[in-house]
Design a protein around this ligand. Structure first.
Ligand code: AMP
Length: 282
């Protein structure tokens, strides 16, 4: 399959008009690049849901805080295009910042999803989810796909996008794909590149603690205690946890005792990386 690479909105509209004139359906996979097997699993899923697959690669400045890693976020466009040539992908959109925010970032129109954008990662990264909602809405408007595919790895983001689409009544289906992990269980993430060997060895604890939280919830233990001991376990393993919680899977609200489905979610700083992960408790 030949891979088309586009960088401007005009080129994209022209290409999509031609594609749509053939009657083909379209799935979109939004990413920030530095693609790994997790991203490629999203593309594979997209190809099962629509006849044509588009991937966007855009490190979105509005979702990074002023002290965050926007400048050092790994950018590997050649590697990404090589990876995408091995999967069923028709179109890659790699816009420069001016193309996505033509009026500049301070003046950019923004959207906000109240509630979901304010808890957990939203509490630690003020404005982050406004940036996510803003760029996702821009991409959905530009591509107008039948389906957009997101990873459960960023579970809060997935719920936020579902809410955005439901509230605005956008005609797109949002599909979630389970997290792809390394052999030892660490969730694949572009930010794993920040880990040295020692931190990489430590980082597996995040996923182990989440699984253990799930087991304890299913055994009927009390939520506060599970969460407290999870934080202790992460600290004891040399991680700096921001949160480790059990929340209702549907909306991240506090669950009633024994309620299901819930989700264990955690964020922790490991060396130079801030890592997040979550585990389903069905
Ligand atoms: P990112 O490039 O990190 O913004 O991620 C782009 C998309 O890939 C998001 O929908 C992520 O949730 C998804 N993703 C990232 N890592 C993984 C993973 N390990 N497994 C599945 N999906 C992932």
């Amino acid at each position: 399959m030949s891979l088309t690479v586009l960088r401007t909105r005009d080129e994209l509209s022209a290409f999509l008009r031609r594609l749509r004139s053939t009657g083909a359906s379209l799935a979109l996979v939004p990413t920030m690049g530095n693609l790994h097997r997790g991203h490629l699993a999203l593309v594979e899923r997209a190809a099962k849901l629509a006849e044509r697959v588009a991937v966007s690669i855009f490190v979105n400045p509005t979702q990074f805080g002023p002290e965050e890693d926007f400048d050092r976020y790994p950018r590997t466009p050649e590697q990404d295009l090589a990876a995408l040539s091995t999967v069923p992908c028709d179109l890659v959109f790699m816009p420069p910042v001016e193309e996505m925010y033509p009026f500049g970032i301070p003046s950019a129109v923004r959207v906000r999803v109240p509630g979901l954008s304010e808890v957990l990662c939203g509490e630690r990264r003020p404005g982050h989810f406004d940036g996510v909602a803003t760029v996702v809405l821009r991409l959905l408007t530009l591509f107008d796909p039948e389906v957009a595919v997101f990873g459960e790895k960023d579970y809060q983001q997935l719920l936020l996008v579902r809410r955005l689409v439901a509230d605005l009544g956008l005609p797109v289906r949002i599909e979630g794909v389970p997290t792809v992990r390394d052999g030892d269980g660490l969730a694949l993430s572009s930010r794993n590149a920040y880990l040295d060997a020692e931190d990489r060895a430590r980082a597996v604890l995040l996923h182990r603690v989440l699984r253990r939280m799930g087991e304890r919830w299913l055994a009927g233990e009390e939520r506060e205690r599970i969460e407290r001991e999870a934080l202790d376990a992460l600290r004891a393993g040399g991680l700096k946890p921001e949160y480790a919680v059990i929340r209702r899977a549907e909306d991240l609200a506090l669950p009633r005792s024994g309620e299901r489905p819930v989700r264990a979610l955690a964020a922790a700083v490991v060396g130079k990386a801030r890592l997040i992960d979550n585990w389903p408790i069905p």
